[in-house]
Design a binder for this molecule. Structure first.
Ligand code: 13P
Ligand code: ZN
Length: 270
């Protein structure tokens, strides 16, 4: 059996959490990540029949039955993941229609997965239904996107159009736009259901006055989605209060979509 700390999925997870902290998106225990793994990959590093303990999830997600996830722990600080991955991360397999998580590795201090596990798992199920390559769900608290939710209209089309107009690359990176949830109590099944519903039509979901969720096929892509949206939000926060002389027009956005072969969310451009 190989050392799990050398597994590419582990080193990438550690690098990503460290990088998210470095970007100031994850103060204290803020943020959480879940990464879907193949059983064959896990089996190179762990005896998949050796369950350390079982943890009830409090919800059902039948589509994820038998699936493996590497996930950040609740109350754990992203800045510490690189120094003690076995405490701050856990590798679980869902069973019992998703109602139980079997811990196979990690959470060695007796901890458990993130309090946002419902939103993560329900979002995985929603994204897998539209894209079988989806593997990652990521949540964090980037300051500019968060700031925008206090002063920008929360209408999804309006929010998306503003972000697309802030950098030329935005439309190319997230042509599906951003969906937006009003403030809701976090860490609940209710916000999980609502987030998953929004994930069916976009890979970025804003939680007003809280943060953002993204989903993607790997950690880099999912990180990059947030990175790009947060850059756009930063520019908007720099200029929104100034007299605007010009912006990207809908004609220019159409031109970008054609050139880069992406389909902007229907009805979002004139
Ligand atoms: P956890 O520490 O439970 O992952 O919660 C952090 C967070 O960002 C809640 O939304
Ligand atoms: Zn949060």
């Amino acid at each position: 059996m190989k050392d799990i700390l050398t597994a590419p999925f582990m080193t990438e997870m550690i690098r990503t959490a460290t990088n998210m902290y470095a970007h100031t998106w994850d103060e204290r225990n803020g943020g959480n990540i879940s990464l879907l793994l193949d059983e064959a990959d896990v089996a190179e590093y762990l005896d998949v029949n050796a369950v350390v303990r079982t943890i009830p999830t409090g919800f059902e997600a039948p589509a994820l039955d038998g699936k493996y996830f590497l996930v950040t722990g609740t109350g754990k600080y992203f800045k510490n993941v690189q120094y003690a991955p076995d405490v701050n991360l856990g590798l679980v397999r869902l069973t019992d229609k998703g109602a139980t998580a079997e811990l196979l590795w990690g959470f060695t201090d007796g901890g458990k997965f993130t309090s946002e596990f419902p939103a993560h798992m329900m979002s995985h199920a929603a994204r897998l239904a539209v894209d079988s390559a989806n593997r990652v769900v990521m949540h964090c608290h980037p300051a500019n996107l968060l700031a925008m939710t206090y002063v920008h209209d929360l209408d999804e089309r309006a929010f998306t159009r503003t972000l697309w107009q802030m950098c030329t690359e935005c439309l190319v990176v997230f042509p599906d736009g951003v969906n937006v949830l009003p403030w809701m109590l976090c860490g609940t099944n209710e916000i999980g259901v609502a987030t998953a519903e929004k994930m069916a039509t976009a890979r970025l979901v804003i939680w007003a006055q809280h943060g953002i969720y993204s989903a993607g096929k790997d950690l880099d892509e999912t990180f990059g989605l947030i990175e790009t949206a947060e850059k756009a939000a930063k520019i908007w926060m720099k200029i929104a209060h100034l007299p605007i002389k010009q912006t990207l027009t809908d004609d220019e956005l159409h031109l970008l979509a054609e050139h880069f072969h992406v389909s902007p969310r229907a009805g979002y451009l004139a």
